[in-house]
Design a protein around this ligand. Structure first.
Ligand code: ADP
Ligand code: ZN
Ligand code: MG
Length: 482
């Protein structure tokens, strides 16, 4: 039996997701990544005196989509609040957020077997970015880029329902899949579109009360969430085993060292002095508007995975790969089947050759495939009709990937159709038998699997164009008699 830790981890996540609106949450500036510093700014998002915020209706709609997909209750009235703190990248000296009356509360998300509660989802604005490096090594200045200031965010807070680092990473992954499928977030964690704060405490196994938690701020990958929590769980366990209390503090994950480090303790914790935002009215959304958004939700990943199993007969594993693990693959798959391919063959080709070719091209996204679902279906049809062997099909696929020709056109132009000429096959079988008397003797002595070696030689002699089953039959008959 594995050694049991006397402590059980308790984990809750706070996830910040940028909303993919055209413009920022309270002004008309462009919401985009990568523009030259301080070019997407105006008096509102720079916090200049007298400038007034105007709420972006599209951001509200996106936030409601996310809240409904997370099974939350969306409130018809919520309130924006000022969260006050001083930081150079926060031009107004406060962030407009929501506090005691958030947009949505009381949801959940399923993780395979376990259900994780969603405490709340609220709207807020992103801050700018501090850059702590200049153009020369000797440059010790800090630079500020306010392009990100005022980008709309939702913060999604989970209940402390998670019990392992792996589950926490899986929860973050599921939430990303969801907001991406909803079209409200681009899922780009390298660009910071999605960030996670992980809260973790330990308690004696079997105890009902929670221990003191630490919060690890701003983690930007699934892998780092798991690594940071594993490190933190081990650190807290060592502390408790030494008989020392865990300090309530905020920590940062150093991905180079694989360690968390203290950023600030309880004493330095911010007092945000929240109060209702006087420059914005309450956010009112009618029940009818909420319902219209509910009706417009697309099929979500869980439901799609289930449908791939029930209506296409795929395995749960194949459904998961297509829906969750290969971006764009589910749409590509459905288009390939709609163009006439069998589901199993389409799934195999997409997870096999298409995925490999995408990787070679430096991407994972099936939408970047240079072969259309219709052309792939054409190739699969040729294999299923027996017009070409699987081996030849792979060659044809290569040619298709780098051209816009159909499978049939390539097979016709290059004479790749399967060889059905019985006389030719029998002659090649005879030649292979004559050249390998040892193998023939082994087969006659009962080592039937040696036949595979001879089949391979005949296939090679035909450039892969014979039907291997046919070749195997001819060899067996020639060697063992009828
Ligand atoms: P805070 O007041 O420190 O912001 P909250 O109660 O708002 O704490 O919770 C913030 C996050 O921390 C939530 O995701 C919640 O699930 C999680 N959390 C709260 N208490 C604990 C605990 N004892 N251990 C682990 N996570 C916790
Ligand atoms: Zn602006
Ligand atoms: Mg809190």
């Amino acid at each position: 039996m594995a050694e049991m830790s006397p402590f059980e981890p308790v984990i809750g996540l706070e996830i910040h997701a940028q909303l993919r609106t055209e413009t920022k949450i309270f002004c008309g500036c462009r919401n985009r990544f990568g523009a030259p510093p301080n070019t997407d700014v105006c008096p509102v998002c720079l916090g200049l005196p007298g400038a007034l915020p105007v709420l972006n209706a599209r951001a509200v709609e996106f936030a409601i989509r996310a809240a409904l997909a997370l099974n939350c209750t969306v409130h018809e009235r919520s309130i924006f609040a000022r969260k006050n703190y001083f930081y150079p990248d926060l031009p107004k000296g406060y962030q407009i957020s929501q506090y005691d009356r958030p947009l949505a509360t009381g949801g959940w998300i399923d993780l395979g077997g376990t259900r994780v509660g969603i405490t709340r989802l609220h709207m807020e604005e992103d801050a700018g970015k501090s850059l702590h490096h200049g153009f020369a090594d000797s440059d010790r200045a800090a630079y500020l880029d306010f392009n990100r200031a005022g980008v709309p965010l939702v913060e999604i807070v989970t209940e402390p329902d998670l019990r392992s680092a792996a589950d926490a990473a899986a929860c973050f992954t599921r939430i990303r899949d969801l907001v991406v499928a909803l079209g409200v977030n681009d899922g780009n964690m390298e660009e910071g579109s999605l960030r996670c704060d992980a809260n973790v405490s330990l308690r004696p196994a079997g105890s009902a009360a929670f221990g003191t938690k630490t919060e690890i701020k701003n983690i930007n990958s699934f892998r780092y969430v798991a690594q940071a929590l594993d490190y933190e769980i081990a650190r807290q366990a060592a502390q408790l085993e030494r008989g020392q209390a865990v300090d309530q503090e905020t920590r940062l994950f150093d991905s180079d060292r694989g360690e968390t480090q203290s950023m600030r303790g309880k004493e330095e914790a911010h007092d945000y002095r929240y109060f209702p935002e006087p420059d914005l009215p309450p956010l009112d959304v009618s029940a009818a508007a909420i319902d219209a958004i509910r009706q417009s939700l697309p099929e979500l990943p869980d439901a799609r995975e289930r449908r791939f199993v029930s209506s296409y007969g795929l395995s749960a594993y194949d459904a998961e790969v297509l829906v969750r693990l290969m971006p764009g693959a589910a749409d590509f798959f459905e288009a390939t089947v709609a163009a006439g391919a069998s589901a199993k063959a389409a799934s195999n080709w997409i997870q096999g050759e298409v995925r490999r070719a995408l990787k070679d091209a430096g991407t994972e996204d099936a939408a970047a495939a240079t072969i259309s679902p219709e052309r792939l279906a054409g190739l699969i049809a040729l294999v299923e009709r027996g017009a070409i062997s699987n081996t030849v099909a792979k060659t044809v696929f290569e040619r298709m990937w780098t051209s816009d020709r159909t499978a049939q056109a390539i097979v016709d132009a290059e004479g790749l159709a399967q060889i059905d000429d019985l006389a030719l096959l029998e002659r090649l079988v005879g030649e292979v038998i004559a050249a390998h008397p040892d193998s023939v003797a082994q087969i006659r002595a009962g080592r039937h699997n040696v036949i595979g070696f001879l089949v391979g030689l005949v296939m090679k002699a035909t450039g892969g164009k014979a039907n291997p089953r046919r070749v195997s039959e001819l060899l067996t008959r020639a060697i063992n008699g009828d």
